[in-house]
Design a protein around this ligand. Structure first.
Ligand code: ADP
Ligand code: MG
Length: 491
């Protein structure tokens, strides 16, 4: 209450000092003021007392904190002094520094070197790791490819095994299989197309005169003005020996221009020209020979195996057909004669697949004639599939005893004609011309040549060539200039 009264006095005093109209007298004011002071002093003293106590407590706290900080600062200073001392010691030149500092510095230096080394090694090993990752990626890629290849090989192998099993079941008749769709078509002889007849001289018996007939018929046709192409398809190479001297064979031996080279190249990816594999023969130089060495045996085996395994896209039976029916052959030759081997192999099948006609030389002995029906039987089965256009031009009697047939020979040939008709379905004609046994053949062989105009038997071959010509379509006859002079010489 005392404090409220004092405040009222103070408010009055404030009005006066603000220029208000004094309502109280001075005495009243002094009394009011004195009473105000009397009321306010204890309050102020209390507040002051409280404030002092508060500040005292804070001061104590600050002093305590200062003490702590001072201690802390002293510690830090001691540490700093220590470090400074160490630093100073380190800065001293080597030798002056105390040994423990030297030791520390050395350890430090070593540690720095090791760290640098480790850094380098780390970078290197990072690089190596990246390279190794690359290798591993590449290797796993290769592994996958190999894995796929292996799978394919396994498939191919089992397919090949099946094919071989099938072939074995066929009792060796591997050449009569379905013709592949990419095999070349047979182009029949045609006045407006192919006019160069192809004749295979074939008998499955050896020694009946296939090579003798091919070589001398080629010489006769050449003499009649034909451009003759002759192929030696027998790996014995007897025909080659009749046309090319041993020296010449030696000369061309390294050129890879033999029949086997042509067959190998044709079965591969290439389309080689047969003309590149020919050698000029006979004096006029218009006829040519595709020669053979005994290496043909390897090519035969190779091609037969590849055909069995179906290795390669081409049909191995049509390598000659593809080539012999082409214009590059038909434009350069008037007749093609093929000297076949005495067995059905790659070359023989190729000859049959390409030929228009078959000429079968026989020796009129019982054993030799007995083989002809067997040949026709095989040809019939084979022809239906591989070459339905193949015709038998005729059977040619060779090595007869005299210029005329003996009764025995005649009987044997008549019997053969009947046997052939039974198997072939139609008459298989015989040539009117026949070849007697002659020492001239051996003589010519010894001289590495076919017969020539001076030989007696050459005229018989001219007759045979003319008979062959008669059995060919007329449009197959070439226009010849030298024919008359040769014919005059013959008659
Ligand atoms: N008319 C013939 N006169 C004499 N010898 C012949 C006659 N025909 C073939 N020869 C000989 O018979 C052998 C075999 O002839 P060749 O033509 O090689 O038969 P192939 O080719 O059928 O195996 C050869 O030595 C050949 O000289
Ligand atoms: Mg022969």
């Amino acid at each position: 209450m005392q404090l409220l009264a004092s405040l009222a006095h103070l408010a009055l005093l404030a009005d006066i000092s603000a220029g208000g109209t004094p309502t109280w007298t001075d005495k009243e004011v002094i009394v009011a003021f004195g009473s105000f002071l009397g009321g306010a002093i204890p309050v102020v003293l209390f507040a002051l007392n409280f404030t002092v106590r508060h500040y005292r407590s804070r001061t104590r706290k600050i002093l305590k904190e200062n003490e702590r900080l001072k201690g802390e600062a002293e510690k830090q200073e001691a540490k700093l002094a220590d470090l400074r001392e160490q630093f100073e010691l380190m800065r001293k030149p080597e030798g002056v520094r105390p040994p423990e500092i030297e030791e520390i510095l050395k350890t430090l230096e070593k540690a720095q070197i090791e760290v640098a080394q480790l850094r380098t090694e780390n970078a290197e090993s990072k690089e190596q790791t990246a390279t190794l990752h690359g290798h591993i990626d590449r290797l796993s890629g290769e592994l996958m490819v190999l894995h796929d290849n292996l799978k394919n090989y396994q498939c191919e192998l089992s397919a090949a095994r099946n094919r071989i099993k099938k072939a074995l079941r066929k009792d060796g008749q591997i050449w009569n299989e379905k013709v592949l769709s990419n095999a070349p078509d047979f182009k029949a002889l045609d006045p407006d197309g192919r006019r160069t007849p192809i004749i295979s001289v074939l008998n499955l018996k050896g020694g009946v005169g296939k090579t003798t007939v091919t070589a001398n018929l080629a010489a006769a046709f050449d003499g009649l003005g034909y451009r003759v192409l002759v192929l030696d398809l027998d790996l014995q190479g007897s025909l080659t020996g009749l046309f090319l001297s041993e020296d010449l064979q030696e000369q061309i031996s390294g050129q890879e221009r033999w029949l086997e080279d042509f067959l190998n190249a044709s079965f591969g990816a290439e389309f080689p020209s047969l003309l590149d594999y020919t050698q000029p023969i006979l004096s006029a130089g218009r006829s040519r020979l595709v020669p053979t060495t005994d290496d043909l045996a390897y090519a035969e085996l190779n091609l037969a195996i590849r055909w069995l395994l179906r290795d390669g896209r081409r049909d191995a039976r049509f390598l000659l057909r593809r080539e012999l029916h082409l214009k590059r052959v038909t434009n350069n030759f008037d007749i093609v004669l093929l000297d076949c081997p005495p067995l059905i192999n790659v070359c023989c099948v190729n000859a049959l697949a390409a030929s228009d006609y078959l000429l079968i030389p026989v020796v009129a002995s019982k054993q030799a004639t007995a083989r002809v029906p067997i040949l026709l039987k095989r040809l019939k089965e084979f022809g239906e599939n591989v070459n339905p256009a193949l015709k038998v031009m005729g059977i040619l009697a060779n090595r007869t005893h005299r210029s005329e047939l003996t009764v025995d020979e005649q009987n044997r040939l008549t019997l053969l004609e009947a046997q052939c008709k039974d198997i072939w379905g139609t008459t298989v004609p015989q040539f009117d011309t026949f070849l007697r046994q002659s020492t001239e053949i051996r003589q010519a062989e010894d001289d590495n040549r076919p017969l020539h105009a001076e030989d007696e038997l050459y005229k018989t071959f001219i007759k045979l060539a003319q008979e062959v010509e008669m059995r060919l379509p007329t449009f197959c006859r070439p226009e010849r200039t030298s024919l008359h002079s040769v014919q005059e010489g013959v008659s």
